[in-house]
Design a protein around this ligand. Structure first.
Ligand code: HEC
Length: 200
């Protein structure tokens, strides 16, 4: 048997076998791509600034840009609410409305919206004796409930109290808290209203 005998017997000249060969991309597609490339280059040339660092001034690096952002670590209302809910709400109520026989209200309180120098001292050192809040007389005692808090946390909870439930107090910063701690130092007894009122 010879190899030739296995070849299909066909009329080869009449039937074209399909063949795999590289097809040429249409010319219009190539032209279109060059046109797009050209337009892109022109656009970049006119608007891109050729990566000149002055174009991005004054922020030339990410680190530099970050250094211009407001510093983190300031009063944080979400943190303030969390601290309030775990510590202060126990006596002053979740909405700062106060609890009869336990604590006066913070919502609408002149102490909670007034001088930060006086207010900061209350959680740091406590308050005892007669106090008038929203025209009501109280004569209870609050321990130094905020003495263990960091200046950041205490500032955050005070800002939360001073700006919640319709209160309109100014912002208290951690620096103010630290300054009062340093100024007052050791004060084993809670403050009294007379002492607080003596502070300018
Ligand atoms: C154990 C209960 C208790 C806890 C907890 C407590 N307080 Fe008080 N707070 C009082 C009492 C009682 C008074 C009133 C003291 C008085 O009659 O002299 C008061 C008074 C105040 C006042 C001044 C009066 C007013 O109502 O505005 C402020 C401000 C204040 N507390 C803030 C806080 C903050 C901030 C916290 C949380 C860090 C806190 N308190 C946690 C019991 C508490």
């Amino acid at each position: 048997m010879s190899l030739e005998s296995h070849q299909p017997v066909s009329n080869a000249s009449a039937v074209q076998e399909p063949q795999a060969r590289a097809a040429l991309a249409p010319v219009w597609l190539i032209v279109l791509m060059f046109m797009l490339l050209y337009c892109g280059a022109v656009y970049f040339d006119q608007n891109g600034g050729w990566f000149d660092s002055r174009i991005y001034a004054p922020y030339q690096t990410y680190t530099e840009l970050e250094s211009f952002q407001p510093k983190g670590g300031g009063p944080d209302l979400a943190r303030g609410k969390a601290v309030f809910d775990t510590i202060c709400a126990l006596c002053h109520g979740a909405n700062g409305e106060g609890k009869p026989g336990q604590a006066p209200p913070l919502a609408g309180s002149e102490w909670a919206q007034g001088s930060p120098d006086r207010m900061i001292r209350i959680p740091l050192y406590g308050l005892s004796g007669a106090v008038s809040v929203k025209g009501q007389q109280f004569n209870l005692a609050m321990p130094a409930m905020g003495a263990a808090l960091s200046p950041d946390d205490l500032a955050s909870v005070l800002v939360y109290i001073r700006t919640s439930w319709g209160n309109k107090g100014s912002v208290v910063t951690p620096e103010q808290v630290s300054a009062i701690k340093a100024k007052v130092g050791n004060h084993p007894q809670p403050f009294t209203v007379d002492e607080l009122n003596a502070i300018q």
